[in-house]
Design a protein around this ligand. Structure first.
Ligand code: CA
Ligand code: CA
Length: 146
């Protein structure tokens, strides 16, 4: 099995998808998690590339948030789109990243991602509250793999 397959059990993966679904019930924002083994690129550059390839830059309010994990590289990036980055406090993503990485260091990958997703969801809810008349699930909640 590759490291990507070992990274989360099916049950853990489902818990993360459930956290994304829960978070998105309160905000128009869109959260995605992408997991891959390795990249030759800088993690931030690679996360930006994934962001585009998943069409996360196409949301109506430009409020997508990507959690990028490079398993073999031990890299982790949180990337918000323009709509949210224009409005969020400058240290918010760093704080969220610290929370996730604390769990990663203890090999609690699922727990880190769930807590990070929920923290991002609370912020998205403040900035982009859910509107039942206009919101749709613009991007799938499933974890994507590189
Ligand atoms: Ca939505
Ligand atoms: Ca979604």
């Amino acid at each position: 099995m590759s490291e990507v397959e070992d990274f989360l059990t099916d049950q853990e993966e489902q818990e993360i998808v459930d956290a994304i679904t829960r978070a998105e019930q309160k905000t128009s924002g869109e959260i995605r998690v992408h997991i891959e083994e390795h990249t030759e690129k800088q993690p931030l550059q690679r996360a930006q590339e994934v962001f585009q390839s998943l069409q996360m830059d196409q949301t109506k309010n430009r409020n997508g948030v990507l959690f990028y994990v490079g398993v073999a590289d031990h890299s982790f990036v949180i990337l918000g789109d323009k709509g949210i980055n224009d409005r969020v406090e400058s240290n918010f993503w760093d704080q969220t990243k610290d929370l996730v990485v604390t769990h990663f260091k203890n090999k609690q990958y699922k727990q880190g991602l769930v807590e990070g997703v929920l923290k991002a969801g609370i912020k998205l809810k403040e900035l982009f509250p859910y509107d039942k008349h206009s919101d749709s699930d613009e991007l799938p909640n499933e974890i994507s793999r590189g």
